[in-house]
Write a protein that binds this ligand. Structure first.
Ligand code: C2E
Ligand code: CA
Ligand code: CA
Ligand code: CA
Length: 281
């Protein structure tokens, strides 16, 4: 039986090898990329739902690969998390986003995504303190976006860390709300400043009445708890109307702008023209 097993194994080896090799290549490539400064932050506007004014930008990570071109985060963040590279990469993101935002007008804030893995590292608090200190960015202009999965692990330690971050003056947003489990109990365990309603609910607002009901319920919940609610992934004027009607306080999506490089954000701010006004008309 053993020999059979080995035989069977050998039969599958080439495919397995190719997968492992590809993974190994990507891993080495990722480590190299961080040293070679191939990562870049793009920024997407966060917009006041009523006035359509830009109130800040979410930083979104991009990898400018010398051969593969631009690689989206979904293709490398999971591996970066697995091999621990998300820690130094996440530090770079936080520092770079704070540095960039410190040059914007004071009323604009910056939102930064944090991986659950960063929450299991003892360095996160220090990283945040030093990113704020080095940039001179006022803490209330920094918003950290976390997903529900953060609260799945060791919630006492996580809650303590969230409270410490909050004590710095930083705001905490719950990202992708509605896609995980027991979202409501998480809202009770930590006082979030913002709920971001996942794009999947906004996308089907027109077709599915349950999506409308969910957006309405979450916006209502936010209103009664005094929490900002952001509708993600707003692509059409109809979706914008609907999320406004339901009482979402902020919106974000391709209708206003795709994520853009920092230089374009600076040019926009300097020219005081509005991508947003153009898109929303
Ligand atoms: P997310 O935090 O939920 O970010 C929103 C994603 O939706 C972004 O994808 C954004 O480009 C996209 N998006 C925004 N508006 C629209 C729209 O109207 N329609 C559609 N179809 N998509 C829209 P992106 O940039 O590819 O990022 C994907 C995910 O990667 C993010 O989801 C976040 O979970 C993660 N990510 C991005 N940057 C970072 C980072 O710096 N650190 C960590 N840990 N995760 C990051
Ligand atoms: Ca986010
Ligand atoms: Ca999201
Ligand atoms: Ca998402």
């Amino acid at each position: 039986a053993k020999a059979d097993g080995r035989g069977a194994c050998r039969f599958f080896e080439p495919a397995m090898d190719a997968r492992l090799q590809e993974r190994r290549r990507l891993e080495l490539d990722l480590r190299r990329a961080l040293a070679a400064s191939e990562f870049e932050l793009y920024y997407q506007p966060l917009v006041n739902a009523q006035s359509s004014e830009i109130i800040g930008f979410e930083a979104l990570l991009r990898w400018n690969h010398p051969e593969r071109g631009q690689v989206p985060p979904a293709e490398f963040i999971p591996l970066a998390e697995e091999i621990g590279l998300i820690i130094p990469l996440g530090e770079w993101v936080l520092r770079d986003a704070c540095r960039e935002a410190a040059a914007w007008p004071r009323k604009l804030k910056v939102a930064v995504n944090l991986s659950p893995v960063q929450f299991r590292s003892p360095t996160l608090l220090h990283t945040a303190v030093s990113a704020l200190g080095m940039s001179g960015l006022s803490p209330h202009r920094l918003e950290l976006e976390i997903t529900e999965s953060v609260l799945l692990h060791d919630s006492a330690a996580t809650l303590a860390l969230l409270h410490q971050l909050r004590a710095l003056g930083v705001r905490i947003a719950m990202d992708d709300f509605g896609t995980g489990y027991s979202s409501l109990s998480y809202l009770r365990s930590f006082p979030f400043d913002k709920i971001k309603i996942d794009r999947s609910f906004v996308r089907e607002l027109g077709e599915k009445s349950d999506c409308l009901a969910i957006v309405k319920a979450v916006a209502g919940l936010g209103a009664s708890l005094g929490i900002t609610t952001t509708a993600e992934g707003v692509e059409t004027p109809e979706q914008l109307d609907r999320v406004r009607e339901q009482g979402c306080t902020e919106v974000q999506g391709y209708l206003f702008s795709r994520p853009r490089p920092a230089s374009e954000v600076r040019a926009l701010i300097d020219s005081r023209s509005t991508w947003v006004g153009q898109a929303a008309r």
